[in-house]
Design a binder for this molecule. Structure first.
Ligand SMILES: *Cc1c(COP(=O)(O)O)cnc(C)c1O
Length: 361
C-alpha cells in the first residue's frame, strides 16, 4: 500500500503510559498518573447523572449539530450559535482546520516547544511548518510574524502554552493580531482557559468582532474533567465556520459527550473548586522548586514544567518505578525537565517526596 509520503517517518501520538500497564510492570498496587493534564478531581456529579440518564438512547445517532450544548456555550460566551464548531476534543478542531486550510502549497507558523498536534496535522496535509522557538518559555510573536508570508494560512498561539504553562498577555496578543494579515487564520488554543488566573490574560471572545481571522479553541477535557468523552469547540467568524463545516464528520461528538458537557456547564462550583485546588497545588510545586533551586515556569495551566537538571527520562523512570507517571521533558523539547500535572494535595506531596529523594540520591 502506498501511503502519503508525509506519513512516512511520522510517529503516532505517544500517550502517557496507562496506569494498568505500570502496575503490572513494577508490581505496584497504586499508581498515580500526572502525565496528561487530566483533572485529578474527576468531573462534576451533574455530568455523571446526565450520562446515566442518556443511557437508554444509545442506539440513536447524536445530534450532529450539537444544538443543545451549542445554545448553552453561545450563551456562556456571549457569541452567536453560528460562531461555534464542536469537535471530538479540540484536537479534532485542529485536524479540521488543517484539513480545510492546508496543502503542499501552503505553510503554517507555530511555536516550539508547543502542543505537537498543530505540526502533526499540518505535516499530514503536506504543508510546510515554520517553527519559532519560545523566548524564556513564551511565544515569540514578533518572530512568528516574521515567518508569515503569502503562503501562510494558519498561525497557532497556544495560550497558556503546553508544555511551558506560560502565557501571552492581552496587550501583546492584540498588537500581534493587528499585524497579522487579514487572510491568515490566528488560532488561540485556550485548552487551559478555566485555570488561568493572570489578570492580563487576553479575553479573546470580544476580539472576534474586530478580527475575522481569529479562532478560539476550548475544551471540556481539562478543567471540566471530561477527557474520556472527547468534546471541545472552536469559536470564530460565522462565515469562516460555515466554510470549514464540510470538513467535519457529521456525528463527531457523541450523545454522552454532549449531555455531559451540558451538565458540566451548570456546575460552576465544581469548576471553581478545581481552579482553587489547582492553584494550591501549583504553590506546593513552586515551594519545592524554590527550596531546591530548580527553575520552573509559573504556570497558568494545571501542570508545571520543572527543570530537575538531570536527563528527563531518568527522572521519569525513577518516578515510574515508584508509581508516578509524569511526562519526560526529553520528548517535549526540555531535555532536563519533567512536566507534572497538578494532582490532589496528597498526590502532589507524595510526588514531591519522591523528587526530593531523587535529588538526594
Ligand atoms: C489537552 C490539549 C488539547 C486537546 O484537548 P482535547 O482533549 O482534544 O479537547 C488541545 N490543546 C492543548 C494545548 C492541550 O493541552
Amino acid at each position: 500500500m502506498k501511503v502519503k509520503k508525509q506519513l512516512i517517518g511520522l510517529s503516532p501520538y505517544k500517550p502517557g503510559k496507562p496506569i494498568s500497564e505500570v502496575k503490572k510492570q513494577f508490581g505496584l498496587n497504586e499508581v498515580v498518573k500526572l502525565a496528561s493534564n487530566e483533572n485529578p478531581f474527576g468531573c462534576s456529579n451533574e455530568a455523571k447523572k446526565a450520562i446515566s440518564e442518556a443511557l437508554d438512547n444509545l442506539a440513536i445517532y447524536p445530534d450532529g449539530y450539537a444544538a443543545t450544548i451549542r445554545t448553552e456555550v453561545a450563551n456562556l460566551l456571549n457569541v452567536s450559535e453560528e460562531q461555534l464548531i464542536f469537535g471530538n476534543g479540540s484536537d479534532e478542531i485542529i485536524q479540521i482546520l488543517c484539513r480545510a486550510l492546508l496543502n503542499n502549497e501552503t505553510n503554517t507558523v507555530c511555536a516550539v516547544p508547543s502542543f505537537p498536534q498543530y505540526k502533526h496535522n499540518a505535516v499530514i496535509e503536506g504543508a510546510e511548518v515554520r517553527e519559532v522557538s519560545l523566548i524564556d518559555g513564551v511565544h515569540d510573536l514578533d518572530g512568528m510574524l516574521g515567518q508569515i508570508n503569502e503562503n501562510t494560512r494558519i498561525v497557532w498561539v497556544c495560550n497558556p502554552n503546553n508544555p511551558s504553562g506560560t502565557y501571552v498577555s492581552s496587550e501583546v496578543f492584540k498588537n500581534f493580531l493587528a499585524k497579522v494579515p487579514k487572510d491568515v487564520l490566528v488560532v488561540s488554543d485556550e485548552a487551559y482557559y478555566e485555570y488561568v488566573v493572570a489578570e492580563d490574560y487576553p479575553d479573546t471572545t470580544p476580539l472576534l468582532a474586530e478580527f475575522e481571522n481569529l479562532m478560539i479553541l476550548r475544551t471540556f477535557s481539562k478543567a471540566y474533567g471530561l477527557a474520556s468523552l472527547r468534546i471541545g469547540y472552536g469559536v470564530g467568524n460565522p462565515e469562516f465556520i460555515q466554510k470549514i463545516e464540510p470538513a467535519r464528520e457529521p456525528f463527531n461528538t457523541s450523545v454522552l459527550a454532549q449531555v455531559a458537557a451540558s451538565a458540566a456547564l451548570t456546575d460552576k462550583q465544581f469548576l471553581s473548586y478545581c481552579k482553587e485546588r489547582n492553584r494550591e497545588g501549583l504553590e506546593q510545586f513552586y515551594q519545592f522548586c524554590e527550596k531546591n533551586n530548580l527553575h520552573y515556569y509559573p504556570s497558568q495551566g494545571n501542570f508545571i514544567l520543572m527543570d530537575i537538571q538531570k536527563p528527563g527520562n531518568d527522572v521519569f523512570n525513577y518516578l515510574l518505578e515508584r508509581g508516578f507517571i509524569v511526562r519526560s521533558g526529553e520528548a517535549l523539547g526540555f531535555p532536563t525537565s519533567i512536566r507534572v500535572t497538578v494532582g490532589s494535595t496528597e498526590q502532589n506531596k507524595a510526588i514531591i517526596e519522591q523528587l526530593e529523594k531523587f535529588l538526594n540520591s
